[in-house]
Design a protein around this ligand. Structure first.
Ligand SMILES: [Zn+2]
Ligand SMILES: [Zn+2]
Ligand SMILES: [Zn+2]
Length: 180
């Protein structure tokens, strides 16, 4: 559904960078984990666990899950809840951020401006909860999809105008439409 390709020139050095980050935090990078990392880096802009399970052959599902969880905890990956309810993952290069998700083409963009802490402080005061985090996704249509839709709409409007020109032609066209 999403075709935006990763632009990393060299997947191998990406793996080495991630391995370095894992090892720096005291995580051993086994051969299976390395395969999961390669599977993650082979994905398009965002992907599901199943995509990684598929890519990281000969690695058990549980290992894929655990490795992805670790990458999430270390902020190497982030999660995106798509509009259809599926959970996707993607490489994260930022700290705290949220996603703008296009419901038409599945494009995802990050935004780092977050006004939620003020709300969280109010909530904490009002409810006595110790609030530990929040998750926010914003859904809509990207510029390209909105434009495409706008063009389709104006195309329909032109057709309607043409129909009103000749009553006979219009009647024929309507009969054809009804016959469909
Ligand atoms: Zn993200
Ligand atoms: Zn779009
Ligand atoms: Zn936030």
């Amino acid at each position: 559904m999403v075709s935006s390709k990763r632009t990393a020139p060299d997947a191998m050095s990406d793996i080495d960078l991630i391995v370095e980050r894992l090892e720096m935090r005291g995580h051993r990078v086994t051969e299976s984990r390395r395969r999961v990392l390669a599977g993650v880096l082979a994905q398009p802009a965002h992907f599901t666990i199943d995509d990684v399970v598929h890519a990281a052959r000969q690695v058990g599902r549980a290992t894929v899950f655990r490795t992805v969880k670790l990458l999430l905890d270390l902020n190497i990956l982030c999660r995106i809840l798509l509009d259809d309810g599926t959970l996707h993952y993607r490489l994260s290069t930022r700290g705290h951020h949220h996603h703008l998700v296009c419901r038409d083409c599945g494009r995802v963009e990050d935004f780092t401006r977050c006004d939620v802490p003020a709300l969280v402080r109010q909530l904490a005061r009002a409810t006595d909860y110790e609030i530990e985090g929040h998750w926010l996704e914003v859904y809509g249509r990207c510029r390209a999809c909105a434009r495409r839709d706008g063009r389709a709409r104006s195309g329909r409007a032109k057709n309607a105008a043409r129909r009103s020109i000749g009553a006979t032609a219009g009647a024929q066209r309507r009969r054809r439409t009804q016959a469909r």
